[in-house]
Design a protein around this ligand. Structure first.
Ligand SMILES: Nc1nc2c(ncn2[C@@H]2O[C@H](COP(=O)(O)OP(=O)(O)O)[C@@H](O)[C@H]2O)c(=O)[nH]1
Ligand SMILES: [Mg+2]
Length: 331
């Protein structure tokens, strides 16, 4: 084994309240990226994460579990963190080593408000984070009310990048506010591009303008363009999003239904285009991953395997980790 952190690596933690759908989202991310060919279900007790007997019996995550996947040249490591308060320290320990976190929450105002301590932790540690509002099939409140509740608990401005399309009180798709392209969800396949519905054009414009103005708070060039009524390019918007998310200045917001893989490909694309390379996070912590000096490694979690061995999950901040190497004099 010879491990160091490459520019095409992304460590992404899935966090959020108990039962918001983190383990389901991980299963969906692994399925959509082809890491698994069949999806497990929480109710069938056969998901990749929650594989321990304790987790299966309680039907909830009791410790951090790790899964790998590849998507568009990036190597993803996903950390599925338990949401229950009893395991909060487990989650916080793992988060410190993550390059980005996805907060998975439900579109329910009361539950959104319980995110305050988690958001505070992420901001205290300047861990870039985005929000995935899951279970949109259960969205009984108005989407804007859910966003307002999220805004009330986040010290960083939110940047919703999607707008919901409803039909008969059901969310059937979304508008991508960057490309101004509408999509309808499609069972077992990627969402279908459809023309922007006429009745949503005005709301879409308002949502997009709000998104751009928020991003422009951190980019004078974009602000000037907006003042001069110039429509910024997709590249410029994405570059800003990446930079500002990487600096934990903004919180991008997405939504979907993990159980049906709805919105998950779009979320993955955002992870590819917007999450920072590991160097960015390391540099902010005063470390340089490209330096040849001593290895700096942080143990996020130690597992005690059924065979009696110990297995540690570590974040390599700097240098290279080799088999049998001594760190701080300990092998
Ligand atoms: N209605 C609905 N239920 C979902 C969705 N995603 C997950 N669930 C269900 O929500 C429950 C909790 O999911 P789980 O992934 O274990 O949540 P976790 O505690 O955050 O890991 C399970 O019963 C899932 O089947 C969704 O998109 N819609
Ligand atoms: Mg779970």
């Amino acid at each position: 084994m010879n491990q160091s952190i490459g520019a095409n690596t992304r460590n992404v933690a899935l966090v959020g309240p108990y039962s918001s759908g983190k383990t389901s989202l991980l299963e969906s991310l692994l399925f959509v990226t082809g890491a698994i060919t069949r999806k497990g279900k929480i109710s069938d007790r056969n998901t990749v994460s929650d594989s321990s007997t304790q987790a299966r019996d309680r039907q909830m995550s009791v410790e951090v579990s790790v899964a790998h996947s590849q998507y568009q040249d990036l190597n993803f490591t996903f950390l599925d963190c338990p949401g229950s308060i009893e395991f909060a320290s487990e989650t916080y320990n793992a988060l410190v080593g993550a390059g980005a976190a996805i907060i998975v929450c439900e579109p329910v105002v009361d539950r959104v408000l319980t995110l305050a301590p988690l958001l505070k932790f992420l901001d205290d540690w300047e861990i870039p984070h985005l929000i995935f509002i899951n279970k949109m099939d259960r969205c009984n409140s108005h989407f804007n009310e859910v966003l307002q509740a999220l805004k009330s608990v986040s010290s960083r401005p939110l940047v919703p990048q999607q707008y919901p399309i409803r039909q008969n009180n059901e969310i059937i798709g979304f508008i991508d506010l960057i490309n101004e392209q509408a999509y309808h969800y499609h069972a077992n396949s990627p969402a279908d591009p459809v023309p922007l519905p006429d009745h949503l054009k005005e709301e879409e414009q308002i949502a997009r303008q709000e998104m751009l103005e928020t991003i422009a708070e951190f980019d004078d060039h974009l602000l000037e363009e907006l003042l001069e009524d110039i429509n910024p390019s997709r590249e410029e918007i994405l570059q800003d999003l990446k930079q500002e998310l990487g600096a934990d200045q903004i919180v991008p917001v997405f939504f979907g239904m993990a159980e049906r893989d709805y919105g998950v490909r779009h979320l993955l694309t955002a992870l590819v285009e917007e999450t920072p390379a590991p160097t960015i996070t390391a540099n902010r912590r005063g470390l340089d991953p490209s330096a040849d000096g001593d290895a700096v490694v942080q143990i996020l979690k130690t597992y005690f395997t059924p065979q009696g061995g110990r297995l540690s999950l570590a974040r390599i901040w700097q240098g290279t980790l080799n088999d049998g190497m001594a760190l701080n004099g300990v092998r």
